[in-house]
Ligand binder design. Structure first.
Ligand code: ZN
Length: 251
């Protein structure tokens, strides 16, 4: 079982040994740790914990932090991409819900990072919220990209748009929420070889842990909810999502 998106650098260092022991006990073999910006870029690049769980890194600026992505930070990202364990650029995208960075800055940072991903031959971890049309338009400026639309919320039609563009679908703990019908639709619509599961820890804890800090061990609840939505066994989802992760990030 693989957690394709967990912000382990946002979990208190004293909590990490327990978090990773529980992940291991739950059968989690790999975790992808994405960066979000100036606050955690170096932390993700240098993140080391003594654990048998394999940790992979994604480096980039989240749309919330896009306004900070100047030439100096661009050079920092470029140089850190050679760090061992870096498998992707992310998370990158557009977030017009919070608008924490001006939209023009978000689009500029998104375009620059997609171009960098193509130049380096790296997949991307994509974040989008309430920016669907611009998100698709900018993706279309960069044909041939590989990546995952993480914590996907756009339903079955959105899945088709992503799959048509060669992208993967990341299903988060929202698939367990009572109001998660669109997420369950997405989980049903995604081809098994394009399906990933994630926690987005420490955010978005799934049922039955809602309201508490999320952690990679809980990815099992996500996989179980995806299995229920697709009417297959949890083992089949584990196998499919492990293979999807390896195909996208580790080959
Ligand atoms: Zn995230």
């Amino acid at each position: 079982m693989i957690d394709s998106h967990a912000h382990l650098t946002m979990i208190a260092p004293q909590e990490l040994p327990g978090v990773l022991a529980r992940a291991l006990a739950a059968g989690v073999t790999d975790v992808l740790v994405p960066a979000t910006g100036p606050e955690d870029l170096q932390a993700v690049a240098t993140f080391e914990v003594d654990t048998p769980v394999r940790l992979h890194r994604a480096l980039g600026f989240h749309p919330h932090d896009a306004r900070h992505l100047d030439a100096r930070w661009q050079a920092t990202i470029e140089s850190l991409l050679d760090t061992s364990g870096v498998v992707a650029i992310g998370e990158v995208g557009l977030d017009y819900h919070y608008d924490l960075s001006p939209r023009e800055d978000q689009r500029r940072a998104f375009r620059w990072q997609l171009a960098l991903a193509r130049e380096r031959g790296l997949p991307v971890v994509l974040h989008h919220r309430e920016a669907w049309e611009d998100f698709l338009a900018i993706l279309d400026e960069h044909p041939g990209l590989r990546g995952v639309a993480h914590s996907f919320t756009e339903g079955a039609e959105g899945v088709a748009e992503m799959v048509r563009r060669g992208l993967w679908i990341g299903i988060s703990g929202m698939v367990t929420f009572p109001r998660g019908d669109n997420i369950r639709d997405a989980a049903r619509a995604a081809p098994p070889d394009r399906l990933l599961v994630e926690t987005d820890a420490p955010y978005l804890a799934p049922v039955p842990h809602r309201g508490r800090p999320n952690e990679p061990a809980f990815v099992r609840h996500v996989a179980e909810a995806v299995a229920r939505a697709r009417v297959v066994s949890p083992g089949a989802i584990e196998e499919a999502t492990d293979a999807s992760f390896r195909a996208l990030f580790l080959t």
